[in-house]
Design a protein around this ligand. Sequence first.
Ligand SMILES: [Zn+2]
Length: 186
Amino acid sequence: MEFHPGRMLGIVLGLVILASIFLLPFGTTNTQTLYGSAGPLISNLGGVQASGTATATFDYILVIAFVLLIIAGLVGLFPLGTGVLGIVGMAMITVAPYAVFPNGPVKLDPGTGFYVIWAASVLSLGASFWHGKRKEAVAGVNVNVSQTMTTGATSQLDVKCPKCGNMNPSGALTCSKCGSDLPKTM
Ligand SMILES: [Zn+2]
């Protein structure tokens, strides 16, 4: 597997997402982390079912988004996966309050974690397009240039004097050391 810079960035962003889920406050008024909000729902899905249609729908969306974001954080090695899953998960959380409670009691009141996970997801999608191909291309050009310079340098001293053995620049008519005529090369 190739470890291009995009992959390394993806792994870092995945860890940022995971850390944010468990450590950063996800809402401003509610200081709970996303894990703090979704964890109890997961351990009590039966209670979610009984909590009324709208609330249950919202809770399910939160749980699904939470799972998507956990996976997004874990697959940082594949930045495209992290980016897509992260964005889908965050879009669900962002839209859900308005979709489920049009005039309702739940409002989106985002905290640090909300913004950090959004940013890490978008950056990760960007990182998936960063394959270091440009770097390889530059290296290829460098090889070509150095080859040209090397062959150029050797071609300048490739006429051996038949008399004394001194190497002379190609195109030289007489040997620079002994002055005897050189075989014509050009
Ligand atoms: Zn000579």
